[in-house]
Write a protein that binds this ligand. Structure first.
Ligand code: GUN
Length: 284
């Protein structure tokens, strides 16, 4: 059984980005600049945003973190985004989700200029993924595809099952696996007899948001299991994934730990997207 080391794989990706970034000032006069906006004090968002700033530092990317109070009006946030869109010193804009209930996430996502949309959430970037035209790809799905590549798994001809159908992970990763020539099935809360479906999977991607929902009986011997969950174990209060790791891991060919699997890859892909935005904005 291979424990897929997302920390190490993301570290080498960040190192490669750092090397590319180091060459940019001579050619373009500055390094890429990522602006991360956090609204309110959601504890998970505080940690994520801090980790994004740390990754920027590791890659030599300039980072500005803007923290706005919970009660910020939607209109004020949209105006801030418009100002960042117009600011030539800014290459990438990320507004951390979830947002307070009075702010429309859809409006925020649409307002970020697609050229600066490092998350790949803008409708035009989503359309680009589904139509196979140039686009910014969402970070977690890209990170998952890179993990598979790093351990030498080609999805071609394999059966992939994705649990979850969110815009951020489930839907786009299913599309990427399909484009990599896997046969893809998506499961969700209304799926009848989910274990009969997941047991068919050569590659099982779990983005359900429910602690330890995938049990040993749901996994085929020799499968590759990618756990996107970031949950708290209701019994111990410790960080855990959507997969019951201790029970499932011995059956797998390879599995991601939580933490240290998909999470670090998401952030490394964010760095890659920031560099991509910079290069595209500087293309004549
Ligand atoms: N909240 C949880 N994951 C993400 C992400 O990838 N991007 C943003 N903007 N917010 C998130």
């Amino acid at each position: 059984m291979i424990l897929i080391d997302g920390k190490q794989i993301s570290a080498s990706l960040k190192e490669s980005i750092r090397e590319q970034v180091a060459l940019l000032p001579e050619k373009y006069g500055r390094v890429p600049h990522l602006v991360v906006v956090r609204v309110g004090e959601d504890p998970a968002s505080v940690v994520y945003v801090r980790n994004k700033a740390k990754a920027c530092e590791a890659c030599g990317i300039r980072n500005t973190t803007i923290v706005l109070p919970e009660e910020t009006a939607e209109e004020a946030l949209l105006e801030k985004i418009c100002a960042l869109n117009a600011d030539d010193s800014v290459d990438g804009i990320l507004v951390q989700l979830p947002l307070p209930g009075h702010i429309s996430e859809a409006k925020v996502i649409e307002t970020i200029a697609r050229e600066k949309d490092v998350d790949g959430f803008h409708p035009l970037n989503v359309a680009g993924l589904w139509q196979k035209t140039p686009h910014m790809a969402p970070c977690t799905p890209s990170g998952i595809m890179k993990l598979l590549e790093a351990i030498g798994i080609d999805p071609k001809g394999k059966r992939a099952v994705v649990i979850g159908r969110s815009n951020i992970v489930g839907l786009p990763v299913a599309k990427m696996l399909l484009d990599a020539n896997a046969t893809v099935t998506t499961c969700h809360t209304r799926t009848v007899d989910m274990p009969s479906v997941t047991r068919e999977a050569d590659i099982l991607v779990v983005a359900a948001g429910r602690p330890k929902m995938v049990t040993a009986d749901m996994v085929k011997e020799g499968a590759v299991v990618i756990d996107v969950g970031m949950d708290r174990d209701p019994e111990t209060g410790k960080l855990c994934g959507d997969v019951d790791f201790d029970a499932v891991a011995p059956k797998t060919m390879a599995i991601t730990p939580v933490p240290g699997g998909v999470g670090p890859m998401t952030i490394a892909c964010l760095m890659e997207n920031t560099l991509k935005c910079f290069l595209e904005l500087h293309r004549q």
